[in-house]
Design a protein around this ligand. Structure first.
Ligand code: MN
Length: 333
């Protein structure tokens, strides 16, 4: 049994909404993204068709790849590209569309809700609807909203709701925020090979260092792409944090930064097919906090499966990574 946990979709309205944003005064990173991903190349048209499909085509592709079940969520940048009113309305419609697809194919799909972080009070209400009315299993946030990060005090109602409702928050990358994008605009660095991980890893570190997990200790964050680099850095993050506390440069937290990461975060593979990286994740987080993700339709899911099938782990651990952990974390029956 293989459950893929970072599998993307889009709604027609959100796709059209992006074109409006791109035609207006968009962020420089989003312009670069738009040119490559939302263009009119055959590859871009193929991805669009796959993102929009929540029925037979997707299910046939899953069967061909050897994926039994998808946890589906809004693709990047999702509603994080919009202002609060438009973003909230598009998020609610998208959650209805995803819940209907799950209802049509309950043995194949579960879904994560999407929310407008820049309308956090309304997003908290929508998250409750996602869980109680729509049966969604968590939420996705596609990193920053025009430079707004989740540690901002305005986002507290949403984080409180995610913690109280026990809805894991998938913090998914997008291109770097306007505050940090300039050095990423050359050489394709804004994109998923580097800029996405720097952006999303920084977002996760902002959550840790701001004390969000002291305020919301039950909040659970999922990071794709082997933890966006953070597992590799944990010892140094703690070491330099301790020095900075002594010099007064940073605020003292209740615990070490790594302790929040190890207790509050879950990571997925999502196309990062590297045994050394998997080894670091197992050594730092343990097998119980690692899930398989295909990153459909952006990555080669068959390549990821061929890689993970041969990973140097026990059959019992492989079962946890492929399905057992996802069942527990998303409360699948
Ligand atoms: Mn992805």
């Amino acid at each position: 049994m293989r459950i893929a946990t970072e599998e993307a979709f889009v709604t027609p309205a959100i796709w059209e909404g992006w074109q409006r944003v791109l035609a207006g005064q968009p962020e420089p990173g989003f312009v670069k993204m738009g040119a490559s991903v939302f263009g009119d190349s055959p590859a871009a048209r193929d991805i669009k068709a796959r993102l929009l499909d929540l029925d037979d085509g997707r299910i046939a592709t899953m069967a061909g790849h050897g994926v039994d079940f998808q946890i589906i969520s809004m693709t990047s940048p999702g509603v994080q590209a919009f202002g609060p009113d438009e973003g909230h309305a598009l998020a609610c419609e998208s959650n209805d569309i995803l819940a209907e697809a799950v209802a049509r194919h309950p043995d194949k799909f579960a879904g994560l809700g999407t929310v407008a972080v820049n309308a956090a009070e309304r997003a908290a209400v929508e998250l409750q609807r996602c869980r109680d009315r729509l049966g969604l299993r968590g939420l996705i946030v596609n990193s920053h909203s025009s430079g707004l990060y989740l540690d901002d005090p305005s986002c507290a109602p949403l984080l409180e709701a995610a913690a109280d409702l026990d809805m894991p928050l998938y913090l998914h990358p997008r291109e770097p925020s306007p505050q940090m994008v300039d050095p990423f605009l050359d050489y394709g660095l804004y994109f998923a090979g580097w800029g996405f991980a720097v952006e999303c890893g920084t977002h996760a570190m902002r959550l840790i260092m701001s004390g969000v997990f002291d305020r919301f200790p039950k909040l659970r964050i999922i990071l794709g792409h082997m933890g966006e680099g953070i597992p590799f850095w944990l010892p140094r993050i703690d070491n330099r944090y301790l020095l900075q506390v002594k010099t007064g440069a940073v605020k003292k937290l209740e615990r070490l930064p790594s302790e929040y990461f190890l207790d509050n975060f879950i990571v997925t593979t999502s196309g990062h097919n590297s045994y050394p990286a998997l080894h670091v994740m197992i050594a730092e987080l343990g097998v119980a906090r690692i899930m398989f993700a295909g990153d459909y339709p952006y990555e080669s899911v068959p390549e990821s499966i061929a890689w993970l099938d041969k990973a140097p782990v026990s059959a019992e651990d492989l079962e946890k990574i492929y399905s057992g952990n996802a069942r527990r974390i998303f409360k699948l029956t």
